[in-house]
Design a protein around this ligand. Structure first.
Ligand code: AKG
Ligand code: FE2
Length: 371
């Protein structure tokens, strides 16, 4: 277990002053974001490189999945995917087979939920008792210390897989089609994640079900609906602070109009452009570990906007809690020594939560000790 300081113990036991408010309430009631939302890292700010946005990789999955593609087309696109994940750790997937109408509906469900009166949304509020790391429901990150910089976003966080572990009491009944649409999206998103995990394994010369087996049939998936209200000081307040995701892979449906997501690459921040109907797929820490560092789990952040609100839906795929994750033996050699230790997902999850909340990368804790 991760160490916990006294301040943090107090915070997670009850201190209500450390429970953050819904940002939507702040955005409506106060002109200036409170001090606890103001970034402390502006003096260490890396530059934004506008010229590289158009280079964020785009992969047409249809070229890989379609029986009508030639072997050459398929190999070329897998090569592009490999190069995208080696250098960026992400790509925008097009030709992914999820109908545009479903993506539009999912976006409408997100907007419809966050537009509900606060009292209605609070029916689905997270239980912030601090006893569990993966808190489902409507709320924000758990606040574990006074120093933590808070984020300008509200969330609805729901386990979608395994299906029999869903806690439907957190699934909104309003908008009336919310549950149905999320169920449909989960089905499609799970298939897409499976397909991509297979292609990723194949691209590294592993058995195509290598990652799926490591993740396990009962690997979990969480959908996170993110809502970023307009913020009067976008330069000083993060929608989500820099972080990498802790699971295996993440699928993100970005807002259809409003940009905000940025990825850190070679010392610079790069805006991820909005491409209609694309789904952003990013490597998360467990794939970086299993691929022995070949595929990178990218650091990314979300910037706020002074005028426009923004919605996104991220689905995080995680290995089963009891799985022990380590680099694939095939990817360890004299020239590519083992970079990471073997760690149980449950243990990684605990450490990930503690570190990420403080803005520290968890994967560094998983590195193998060099002799
Ligand atoms: O809002 C986005 O575009 C990305 C969200 C994200 O990085 C996350 O939920 O982990
Ligand atoms: Fe993320």
């Amino acid at each position: 277990m991760a160490e916990t300081s006294n301040t943090e113990k107090k915070a997670s036991s009850q201190s209500s002053s450390l429970l953050s408010k819904h940002v939507q309430e702040l955005a409506i009631n106060e002109d200036e974001p409170p001090q606890r939302y103001i970034r402390k890292d502006r003096d260490r700010e890396a530059p934004i490189d506008p010229s590289l946005s158009s280079s964020v990789p785009i992969i047409d999955l249809r070229l890989i999945s379609s029986p009508n593609s030639s072997t050459q087309q398929k190999q070329d696109e897998i090569g592009k995917l490999k190069s995208a994940l080696t250098s960026w750790g992400l790509f925008q997937a097009i030709g992914h087979g999820i109908p545009s109408s479903l993506l539009v509906e999912l976006h409408e469900m997100a907007k419809g939920f966050f537009d509900l009166p606060m009292e209605e949304k609070k029916k689905y509020a997270m239980n912030k008792d601090g006893t569990q790391n993966y808190l489902e429901g409507y709320g924000n990150d758990l606040v574990i210390s006074e120093e933590q910089t808070l984020e300008w976003s509200d969330r609805l966080y729901l386990l979608i897989k395994p299906k029999d572990e869903r806690k439907l009491n957190f699934w909104p009944e309003n908008p009336s089609r919310f549950r149905e649409v999320l169920d449909e999206y989960s089905l499609k998103s799970n298939l897409l994640a499976e397909f991509v995990l297979k292609v990723m394994a194949e691209s590294l010369g592993l058995e195509d079900d290598y990652f799926l087996k490591q993740i396990g049939e009962c690997g979990t998936a969480f959908a996170r609906f993110n809502y970023y209200p307009p913020c009067s000081r976008p330069d000083h307040v993060y929608g989500i602070k820099p972080h990498a995701d802790g699971g295996a892979i993440t699928l993100v449906l970005q807002d259809k109009d409003v940009e905000g997501l940025q990825v850190f690459k070679d010392g610079k921040w790069i805006k991820v452009p909005v491409i209609p109907d694309a789904i952003l797929i990013n490597v998360a820490d467990q794939i970086e570990i299993m691929s022995n560092g070949m595929y990178k789990s990218p650091v990314h952040r979300v910037i706020t906007n002074s005028e426009k609100e923004r919605f996104s839906v991220a689905v995080f795929y995680l290995p089963e809690w009891e799985k022990e994750i380590e680099p694939a033996a095939k990817l360890i050699s004299e020239s590519t020594p083992r970079l990471f230790r073997k760690i149980k997902m449950k243990e990684y999850g605990d450490v990930f939560f503690q570190k990420t909340t403080r803005g520290i990368r968890a994967i560094d804790w998983a590195r193998a000790k060099t002799a």
